[in-house]
Design a protein around this ligand. Structure first.
Ligand SMILES: [Fe+2]
Length: 329
């Protein structure tokens, strides 16, 4: 009852375009092993859970038992880290069949992954590696998304990863690449607002421009997370609370999109479940600000306009969720 009540209150705005493929699930959190016991004992009033697909595709025993219990009580969304949609290696159809089997078994509301590549020659790097953003890579990614969607018999949802490098071969900003990709492939977008912020600082673009430029009706889900400030750059570590500038960007994004399911990622130094849950519930305050007409203020002063063609500058850092997947192999 509590969950239904909260959903009604947050749905204070009419959606500008149909998002019927992507139901509004409310405020969710990632399902993590350290919380299994707590969740089974307390059945907390969480709106929904996101699982790392690879952590459950081959698992039986207790992880699968817990997932089945969760899927009986809550909506579940699947989030993968091994699709490697940007790779030039052939798509892994065995992986895709397992993904579909799991999605059907847990009634996944949607299946997501990242705009990246993760391996080559049959090897998984357990890293979300960036791709150049140009016409050739766009055609390549769109073609592969269409194949994946045919196999899975559903639209997929793809996330903007945080990045630490740009390519000399890139000819368009990331937001243009994502927008055209989503429209050409007819897929959904998972907008990780913390990733936008991290990349905006690392590359010097304006985060709000990025968010305003996307096709908002294609955004199925938001991610929120904490990151680490290394002084010269930010790293997407998912190891702490969401910082204020990211909350402000969330508020802007929520106003533009309206009723998008929101999920908090916290993968390192994971706190007790009530603390984790309380962090995502902070979203209510910012959504209420949108509903009261107080949102949509500029979040940050622009640092620089987008420039492409920089050479690779920094080594990449494994995505925290990839650590989670690697742990169970
Ligand atoms: Fe994310």
């Amino acid at each position: 009852m509590l969950r239904r009540g909260r959903l009604r209150r947050l749905n204070c705005l009419e959606s500008p375009q149909s998002r019927s493929d992507y139901a509004y699930l409310g405020l969710g959190v990632g399902l993590r092993t350290v919380h299994f016991d707590y969740l089974l004992r307390h059945t907390p009033a969480v709106d929904w859970f996101e699982i790392i697909s690879e952590n459950f595709m081959d698992s039986e025993g207790r992880p699968r038992y817990v997932l089945d219990q969760i899927a009986e009580r809550y909506p579940v969304v699947m989030h993968g880290v091994s699709l490697s949609i940007g790779s030039t290696a052939p798509l892994n159809f065995k992986y895709l069949r397992k993904l579909k089997t799991l999605a059907d078994a847990v009634n996944a509301r949607w299946v997501s992954d990242h705009v990246c590549w993760t391996g080559v020659a049959g090897r998984n790097t357990h890293d979300l590696l960036p791709i150049p953003m140009n016409e050739e890579s766009l055609r390549h990614v769109v073609r592969r998304i269409q194949i994946v969607q045919d196999v899975l018999e559903r639209r997929i949802v793809l996330e903007n990863p945080s990045s630490y490098v740009t390519f000399a071969a890139s000819t368009m900003p990331e937001w243009e690449f994502l927008s055209r990709m989503a429209d050409d492939a007819d897929c959904g977008l998972l907008l990780d607002i913390n990733n936008v912020y991290v990349s905006s600082v690392n590359h010097g673009f304006h985060a709000e421009t990025y968010i305003r430029s996307l096709p908002h009706h294609r955004i199925a889900q938001f991610h929120l997370a904490g990151h680490t400030n290394c002084g010269t750059h930010l790293i997407d570590t998912h190891d702490g609370p969401v910082i204020d500038p990211v909350w402000k960007l969330f508020q802007t994004a929520y106003k533009l999109t309206q009723n998008v399911s929101t999920l908090l990622e916290w993968d390192a130094r994971v706190p007790e479940f009530p603390i984790l849950h309380a962090e995502v519930l902070k979203s209510q305050r910012y959504i209420a600000g949108v509903c009261d007409g107080e949102a949509n203020k500029t979040s940050e002063t622009p640092k620089a306009s987008y420039t492409h063609g920089d050479d690779v500058k920094l080594a990449t850092t494994p995505h925290p969720a990839v650590f989670v997947a690697a742990e169970v192999e």
